[in-house]
Design a protein around this ligand. Structure first.
Ligand code: 3IO
Length: 334
């Protein structure tokens, strides 16, 4: 009897094995956390379209924007457990998990999303940080530089004192350095926090004025352009290993391309969103004075020093990474 069961099980496995090989189309799920009109989801749809085109439909992607499959802080582990095959994460939402790539959150003055995104991808491929060993990284990109969006004008350091502003990760530490009171939360929680008055504004890239309609609440922008938010798109490692070599090749080629595409989209979209917010909501833009920025600089330098200490203590080549970034920025300016 037991042998018969064993035999049928074997036959069933052979049968399942052949069907898996003979059906050429695979569908994978892709979890994303913010609403569909935002840039992480726009890049997701573009990536899904490119994958379907380039694999001639052998691989199709079912996308889940707005946290409909997994929430902002569930995606990192959810993809590893196989609750989603692919997921998009904002590194700032889980401080401490990414000791090397969190360098991208520092106040380095990265000038644009395109420069920052291609830089991030290059750093990732040249250092292959262990923190991503349990997943397959499909692409990386960043937001455009963060600025303060607020209900009231916050044109100088005095006006920023103690104002509750939403940030996340190192961005929250930067808000602290500016004298504000950071309230950390993922982007999808921010609309409600603004509406309820839990925060008086936020610190992120300016396209959300339009994409999340924040211009309806925040008619003031204070430019800082100090830092960006880094993102990673990850795939379950077993799912990756089961893909045919030809598909793997296509996805690998798409990695750096997608980073640059997303950066360019982001930079252009910020300009459109700003023009829209000025026209529709009378957005006013302020800038911190050179004196104010100079006064804050020692605190910003300290954030960078702390990152170096922390990363070095973990055996990571922190100084080399910062040197690579400086070299890239010098080249971008030249
Ligand atoms: C971001 C996150 C979700 C949707 C749009 C966005 N624009 C910039 C970000 C960066 C980020 O992760 C954040 O939380 O500010």
């Amino acid at each position: 009897m037991q042998r018969r069961i064993a035999l049928s099980l074997m036959l069933l496995m052979v049968f399942l094995g052949t069907t898996a090989v003979s059906t050429s189309a695979t569908t994978l799920t892709y979890a994303n956390f913010p609403p569909a009109p935002t840039f992480p989801c726009v890049q997701m749809e573009r990536w899904a379209d490119e994958v379907e085109k380039r694999t001639d439909g052998a691989l199709t992607i079912e996308t889940f924007p707005g946290g409909t499959l997994l929430g902002a802080k569930q995606i990192w582990r959810g993809v590893q457990y196989g609750q989603a095959d692919i997921g998009c994460i904002s590194l700032a939402y889980q401080p401490g998990l990414f000791p090397l790539m969190s360098v991208m959150e520092l106040p380095l003055g990265l000038p644009s999303a395109e420069t920052a995104s291609t830089l991030m991808w290059d750093l990732f491929t040249s250092y292959s940080p262990e923190e991503f060993d349990k997943v397959k990284v499909l692409t990386m990109f960043t937001s455009a530089p963060s600025n303060i969006m607020s209900k009231k004008p916050l044109p100088d350091l005095a006006s920023l004192q103690g104002v509750e502003l939403r940030g996340s990760g190192t961005a929250s530490r930067i808000l602290e350095a500016l004298g504000a009171t950071p309230v950390s939360m993922p982007m999808p929680d921010t609309p409600q926090a603004l509406q309820k008055g839990v925060v008086q504004g936020l610190f992120s890239s300016l396209e959300v004025l339009k994409d999340l309609n924040f211009a309806a609440y925040c008619q003031h922008v204070t430019r800082t352009d100090l830092q960006v938010y880094p993102f990673a798109v990850i795939m379950n490692k077993r799912v990756w290993e089961d893909l045919p070599e030809s598909t793997k090749k296509i996805l690998n080629e798409l990695g750096p391309e997608q980073a640059a595409w997303t950066g360019r989209y982001m930079d252009n979209h910020v300009q459109k969103a700003l023009a829209w917010a000025q026209k529709e909501h009378g957005l006013t833009t302020h800038a911190l004075s050179a004196t104010a920025l100079e006064a804050v600089q020692p605190k910003l330098d300290k954030l960078i020093e702390e990152w170096v200490q922390d990363a070095s203590a973990k055996g990571l080549p922190a100084k080399a990474v910062l040197r690579d970034i400086s070299a890239r920025l010098d080249k971008a300016e030249a």
